[in-house]
Write a protein that binds this ligand. Structure first.
Ligand code: UDP
Length: 350
């Protein structure tokens, strides 16, 4: 059996929002962490905060390309691989859709082959987006989803679905030991203010004294999970022993509408908030809520941070960032602003 103190843990996407929290948790638990990230959508300061730790090594690289030598020469020491490498907010993953798809398919294949070579356990950070715009509610892992394979979200949704397929095929044929987490909306400190997601946009807009941009009429629902809860579940899943391989939903089942999210922020601020309405993006899911019975049973896990406490902490962190940086810019879809999101274009084939 592999214990967490053996060998190296590779975290692909470790400079990102969830990835940087995961690296910190693993380092605190005594693991040696090798972080591989292309810095395409990462927040650089997340990396700066980890860089001085003696058990932390950073390698810049893009998993859709051949893996860097600095990673391959550690292959014999790698015991665990977490794959969180992909732009994850709709605005950012749609900025370079070919790269998003290939990151999930080609990149996951490269990391699975590395897991096979190293004899490492592999955890795929998959997503609630595999359920698309769900017609089953709440979403259990058995639900097969309602995904458009030609729409603007397909690069991410279908990419993650194919990544799950690859992971299961590697596991079925005994090539790698695999875990698959389906992560639902996660929020918390260390998000990019300009990643375009609803929580970061709304808080950045409050701090910039701008009206909050509700897409559509605000009756669509999401279920928001505080990042510390998500990370705890990922670590438990990686360390779990499973008789049968199943994907596991990781999220907070407390569901609310986007209009209710605005009200919750109003409660935190102690005043009403001005809103403005924009078009609902194409294929925006109407409802989303995880059924987490399986996570409870297999991992003994459920979220412990309620939305009000988590949002208070997140708001406090963003407010401190706002004081430090002078301004925070929300990110609206390109058609709204006439500008392109600031995402490095990474040639998928270059
Ligand atoms: N949304 C919104 N205003 C924003 C950003 C997002 O109303 O400024 C909505 C979006 O249309 C979706 C929900 O909030 O219905 C969650 O969007 P997000 O981009 O955070 O993640 P998703 O769950 O769509 O992947």
């Amino acid at each position: 059996m592999i214990t967490e103190h053996d060998g190296l843990t590779l975290v692909a996407g470790g400079a990102g929002f969830i990835g940087s929290h995961l690296c910190r948790t693993l380092l605190d638990a005594g693991e040696r962490v090798l972080c591989l990230d292309n810095l395409q959508t990462a927040r650089r300061r997340n990396l700066d905060a980890l860089a001085d730790h003696p058990n932390f090594t950073f390698v810049r690289g893009d998993i859709s390309q051949p893996l860097p030598t600095a990673v391959m020469r550690e292959a014999r020491s790698i015991r665990r691989i977490y794959n969180l490498a992909c732009a994850a907010s709709p605005v950012l993953y749609q900025a370079d859709p070919e790269h998003t798809l290939l990151t999930n398919v080609v990149g996951t294949d490269r990391l699975l082959r590395l897991a096979e070579q190293a004899g490492a356990r592999f955890l795929l950070a998959s997503t609630s987006e595999v359920y698309g715009d769900p017609d089953v509610h709440p979403q259990t892992e058995a639900y097969r989803g309602n995904v458009s394979c030609t729409g603007p979200r397909a690069c991410y949704d279908e990419g993650k679905r194919a990544a799950e397929t690859l992971a299961f095929d590697f596991a079925r044929s005994g090539r790698a030991e695999v875990r698959v987490a389906r992560i639902f909306n996660t929020y918390g400190p260390h998000m990019r203010a300009d990643d375009g997601r609803v929580v970061s946009n709304f808080i950045a807009q409050v701090l910039a004294e701008q009206p909050l941009t509700i897409y559509g009429d605000g009756t669509q629902t999401r279920s928001f999970c505080y990042v510390a809860d998500t990370v705890e579940a990922l670590v438990r899943l990686m360390r779990s022993e499973m008789d049968e391989l199943v994907p596991v939903n990781i999220g907070n089942p407390a569901e609310l509408t986007i209009a209710e999210l605005v009200e919750t922020l109003g409660t935190i601020l102690g005043h009403n908030i001005e809103v403005t309405h924009r078009d609902l993006p194409t294929d925006d899911p109407r409802r989303r809520r995880p059924d987490i019975a399986q996570a409870r049973a297999l991992l003994g896990w459920e979220p412990t941070t309620d939305l009000l406490s988590g949002l208070r902490r997140t708001y406090a962190w963003f407010a401190a960032e706002h004081r430090r940086a002078g301004e925070l810019r929300p990110m609206l879809p390109a058609t709204e602003t006439g500008t392109e999101p600031e995402v490095a274009r990474l040639s998928a084939t270059g």
